[in-house]
Design a protein around this ligand. Structure first.
Ligand code: MG
Length: 313
């Protein structure tokens, strides 16, 4: 049942966080898999509109080598266009060269991207898990010395397309390494979208037992099997209050066969507002932004909420 004017009815569930910070990944994780290169002006406009819609953390781009991700080769052009928006603008840095580029442009938040599995570390970084951690360590240490906030992404935390189920102890080990080297936030990625809520709770409990507090944990779910919101709710019940999502559900994982990928920010906001949890996001503006971006990309948003609200108009 829809509430008035395209808003869900808010009914609080006791014990959930009062407020959730959405880490918006559409401009980076969403666009990086787009084959046709989106003009830098369009990306800047996208980020501006996301900020206008009330998102306070917008992952802008990536300072990986342009050869690996041509879509984000314009990081040097894009960042100056958006850095005055007054929102947090984390950027991905794979190595010290990437960190140098990000620092030169005045980035204040960076993220490194590790893998919980050997197969994905090999496929994504052409390194073993430990070799990749060794590559990130000096990056994280220097970033912390410079006073930057550092997020550690961890891919394949629940399942891996080559290895199957990923043992919780393996995820805990790499998580601890990222926290120990200085990451102040850990984003647990369900890169192929195979997690289910009990698995989420078990991993979060194991991380707490290993000394990783819930306050440093963010979750990054993919909706491949329609579980992203169920998994998010399990994380909220555990006390997690930072959730990654992508406007309009942009993006996916190149290693997952299904076209569906990132949890759509609109679907997340609908649930959070329905639970009476504050996000600061204006759902109408956000939906309009995703509809606008879908027009630029030439195909409709996969987000159920974007579709439902667009059909109402
Ligand atoms: Mg993702």
């Amino acid at each position: 049942m829809t509430g008035i004017e395209g808003l869900p009815m808010a009914v609080r569930e006791p014990g959930l966080p009062q407020r959730v910070r959405i880490h918006e990944v559409g401009a980076r994780d969403g666009l990086q898999n787009e084959k046709s290169v989106v003009p830098v002006e369009v990306k800047a406009e996208f980020v501006r509109r996301l900020a206008d819609a009330g998102l306070t953390t917008i992952e802008a781009t990536s300072f990986v080598h342009p050869k690996w991700v041509p879509q984000l080769a314009d990081a040097e052009q894009l960042f100056p266009l958006v850095r005055g928006l007054g929102v947090r603008l984390p950027v991905l840095v794979p190595n010290e060269r990437g960190l140098d580029r990000a620092l030169a442009l005045g980035a204040r938040e960076v993220a490194v991207f590790a893998s919980a599995t050997e197969s994905f570390a090999k496929a994504n970084l052409n390194r073993t898990v430990d070799e990749a951690l060794a590559m990130f360590e000096p990056v994280v240490i220097r970033a912390v010395e410079q006073g930057l906030k550092v997020r550690g992404y961890l891919s394949m935390c629940f399942g891996d397309p080559w290895e199957g189920a990923v043992p919780i102890e393996q995820v805990v080990r790499v998580s601890r390494r990222l926290v120990d080297m200085g990451c102040d936030e850990l984003s647990l990625g369900d890169t192929i979208g195979v997690a289910t809520p009990g698995h989420v709770s078990a991993l979060l409990t194991a991380l707490n037992e290993a000394g990783v507090p819930t306050g440093t944990i963010a979750v990054h779910f993919h909706d491949t099997y329609g579980q992203a919101l169920s998994n998010t709710l399990a994380a909220l019940r555990h006390g997690v209050s930072v959730v990654d999502a992508s406007a309009g559900g942009l993006g996916g994982c190149p290693y997952a066969k299904s076209a569906t990928g990132n949890l759509a920010t609109e679907d997340l906001v609908w649930m959070l507002h329905g639970l009476g949890i504050e996000t600061g996001v204006d759902l109408g503006r956000l939906t309009a932004t995703s509809a606008w971006m879908a027009d630029r990309l030439g195909r409709p948003s996969p987000s159920r909420t974007v579709r439902a609200l667009s059909h109402k108009e």
